[in-house]
Every structure is written in C-alpha cells, then in structure tokens.
Design a protein around this ligand. Structure first.
Ligand SMILES: *[C@@H]1O[C@H](CO)[C@@H](O)[C@H](O)[C@H]1NC(C)=O
Ligand SMILES: *[C@@H]1O[C@H](CO)[C@@H](O)[C@H](O)[C@H]1NC(C)=O
Ligand SMILES: *[C@@H]1O[C@H](CO)[C@@H](O)[C@H](O)[C@H]1NC(C)=O
Length: 400
C-alpha cells in the first residue's frame, strides 16, 4: 500500500519533472510524439463517428423506405458500393431491336434506311447472310435447313414473314427458325402486298448492321450446296442477283400499263423471278424507293403480278450495271402453265439433285462456267424425308 502510494507519487513527480525540466532534445521529441498521437487519435475518432452517423442516417432511410415496395431491393441492401454508371457504347444502336417490334411499316422502313456516312466500321464486322423466308405457313422443310445451318452460327441470320400467325408456335425450340418470325401481314400471291412483304423482310434484316447479303426464299426452297459454299459465293460476289429480262407478249410487256408513264416507260418494263439475292447497298435502295413502288401500287395490282416486275424494272433502270440479271434459285417452268413444277417424294434422287447442282453455264465475277444455282424450288413437305436422307451427304453439310 505504501509502496504503491510511493510509486504513484514518483510517477507524478517524474511527469512534473518532465514538464518543468529544461528542454532537452529527447524531451522535445517525446512531446511531439505525444501530440502527434493525440492528433491522429482525434482524426480517426472523428471519421469513425462520421461513418456511424452516416450509417445511422442510411438505416433510417432504409427503414422508412422498406414500406415503399416500389424501391428496388438492391438500393436498400447495397448502400456503400455505388454501382458503376451503365456503359454508354454502341451496343444499343448496333443490337437490332426485338424481332416482334411494334413499329409500323413506315417507321420500320425509315429506321432501316439509315446509312452511316463513315464507311469503315469501328468494330470487327463479320458479314452475315440474311436468309429471308416469305411463307404462307410454317417453313415445312425446316429440318433440312436446320442441318444446313448447323455449325455456322454467327454467319447467318433468319427472318420469316408468314401471314399465318399459327406459324409462330410450330417451330420447335431447337430449330434455327424458332422465334424468327417478323411482324407480318396478309399476302395474296401476285398482288402488290407481296412486294410490301418483301420490303418488310428487307427492312427487318437491314436493322442488323452485320447483314451484308440478303436472299429471299420460300418454304418450298432447298439449298443445293453446303453452307460454306453458299456463304462464300454470296459474300464474295461483286454482283446482285435480280433476274431481269425484256419479254414481248401478254405475260411480258403485255402487263405494262401506259398509266405508269412517265416514271416507267414501256422500254423500262422488265420481268424476272421474284426470288432475288442482293447486297446491303441495293437492299437500302429498294426499301427507300417510293416513286416506283407507288406507281406499281396504283397501276400493277392483280393480274399484273407486281412481284415479277417491280424489282426487275426498278433495279435495271437505276442499278443495272451491278446486276447479273439472273436468279440463284432454280425453278422449272418447262411444263408450262401458271405454276412451276412441284417436286415431291419420288422426284428426290441423288441423280436429280446432282443434275441441279451441275449447271455450270453461268458467269460469276466475270468468270465463265461457274455454278448457276445455289437453291431450288418447288419442293413439297412430302419430299422432306428423302431430302434429309440424301442431301446432307451429297452436299457435304457440316456433320457436327
Ligand atoms: C405468338 O406466340 C406467342 C407465344 O409464344 C403468343 O403469345 C402470341 O399470341 C403469338 N402471336 C400470334 C400472332 O399468334
Ligand atoms: C444486266 O443488265 C444491265 C442493264 O441492261 C446491264 O447493264 C448489265 O451489264 C447486265 N449484266 C450482265 C452481267 O450482263
Ligand atoms: C462444302 O462442300 C464443298 C464441296 O462442294 C467441300 O469442298 C467443302 O469441304 C464443304 N464444306 C464443309 C464445311 O464441309
């Protein structure tokens, strides 16, 4: 007890001494250290208290807002980590909108007709081929096309215009056609609304900046070569494939109406298959055309078969030089009559398909004796089994 008291007294004395002692260097250092320690402690304490009060405020805020169900949960549970601001890039512009959009035809075409003035793309652009199916109902030969496309993801896009809304649900989920239907309207064969459907397909496909070539097909079309052959044929071509020729007689010039002058004169009138293939530049011109389209709309409906005349006439008049004037889709009109030959189960043999592939009497990029047709029609759903058995092997599809 006494010792304790003594030692306390001693401490007091030494402290007293410290303050009163002459200012030695060591004493000064001790003082400075003491002061610095106090300062640090004070600063840390202040910050700590601030945090506490901030947290308190925040908890109060959360408590008061938990009753408000409209506040998203993450706002409440992650108060300290402020989320990084959303990236503002090209994404929203480059990603095409949902296929089932709500745009009117007029809005769609306006949006799709935009051309970047800067010609080089600021990103790596692998050109795609847009396969546009203009169908009445479901794509009945889709199992064959599924095999054709397999393993080539990233090089193609698919669009289906089908007036039958039930076609919406018939494509199985693992098919490349699943969910690829665009907002479609009724199409009457031979009528001008067929051209509207073609323009609708083009406009939807144009909204994907990576689409470079555009091919129109029907549910009765089949491929004649594997994907890699088709892809390189199309993406390396310097030409468009819009069939166009001048034909005398009732099914040619006979369908011309003098009311179309002066926009379309009889010398401008052309005929050709509706199944076209074209590049991006021409596709934009086609959807942007109002002058020719309105003339055909007014004076070429019904027995005039606008789908066989509008594109050949328009393309030849303004973009003829780059056109091959032939179609890539084989069809047999030899039997005569208003409809071409239909191929069904028994027609599909290896020899028959080889014969279609073998036509090499065409010019391609200025070279003669090249492949003429990449596709063929008209095949019925009854031909599917045989096609599935023969075509993938014959045409060397990717067997993944
Ligand atoms: C398309 O299918 C969806 C369901 O997958 C359905 O809700 C929608 O009504 C269908 N559209 C038409 C036009 O039938
Ligand atoms: C296609 O027709 C247009 C217009 O008549 C012509 O300028 C062009 O050279 C033709 N193309 C070929 C490959 O013959
Ligand atoms: C596609 O077919 C051609 C012959 O037409 C063949 O040379 C090529 O290897 C085939 N491609 C693939 C990926 O199988």
């Amino acid at each position: 007890m006494k010792n304790n008291h003594n030692s306390n007294q001693n401490q007091m004395i030494s402290l007293f001494k410290l303050f009163n002692a002459p200012l030695h260097l060591s004493n000064l250092l001790s003082l400075i250290l003491f002061f610095a320690f106090g300062l640090c402690f004070g600063i840390i304490l202040t910050f700590h208290l601030k945090n506490v009060s901030f947290n308190l405020q925040f908890t109060q805020f959360s408590l008061s807002t938990t009753t408000n169900t409209a506040v998203p949960a993450d706002v409440i549970t992650t108060p300290q980590t402020t989320p990084p601001p959303p990236k503002v890039g090209l994404g929203s512009y480059l990603n095409p909108p949902e296929l089932m959009h709500d745009m009117t035809d007029e809005e769609l075409i306006w949006r799709a007709s935009m051309i970047p003035k800067v010609r080089d793309y600021p990103f790596e652009r692998i050109p795609k081929v847009a396969f546009m199916f203009l169908t009445r109902g479901p794509v009945v030969l889709s199992p064959l096309w599924d095999k054709f496309f397999k393993g080539n993801e990233g090089l193609y896009t698919i669009y289906v215009h089908s007036s039958d809304s039930a076609a919406n649900e018939t494509e199985p989920e693992d098919s490349v056609f699943h969910g690829r239907r665009i907002p479609s309207k009724d199409v009457e064969w031979g009528k001008v609304n067929m051209i509207e459907a073609e323009r609708r397909l083009l406009a939807n496909a144009l909204m994907d900046f990576t689409n470079q070539r555009f091919i129109l097909l029907s549910e009765a079309c089949i491929p004649l070569f594997n994907f890699s052959t088709v892809y390189s044929y199309l993406t390396n071509s310097k030409n468009n494939f819009v069939e166009s020729y001048d034909l005398e007689g009732p099914v040619g010039r006979g369908r011309y109406s003098p009311n179309m002058a002066p926009v379309v004169d009889i010398e401008d009138w052309r005929k050709g298959s509706q199944w076209f293939e074209m590049d991006r530049e021409l596709a934009i011109e086609v959807i942007s055309d109002k002058m020719y389209f309105s003339v055909f709309h007014d004076f070429c409906d019904g027995q005039c078969y606008a789908d066989e005349h509008y594109l050949p006439t328009f393309v030849t008049k303004h973009f003829g030089e780059k056109n091959s004037n032939r179609t890539l889709t084989f069809v047999d009109w030899a039997k005569g009559g208003p409809h071409p030959t239909k191929y069904t189960r028994n027609d599909v043999t290896e020899e028959f398909l080889e014969k279609l592939r073998d036509d090499k009497s065409c010019e391609y990029n200025g070279k003669k004796n090249q492949i003429c047709h990449l596709f063929a029609r008209k095949f019925t759903s009854h031909a599917l089994d045989r096609l599935l058995r023969i075509a993938p092997k014959l045409m060397q599809f990717n067997d993944l």
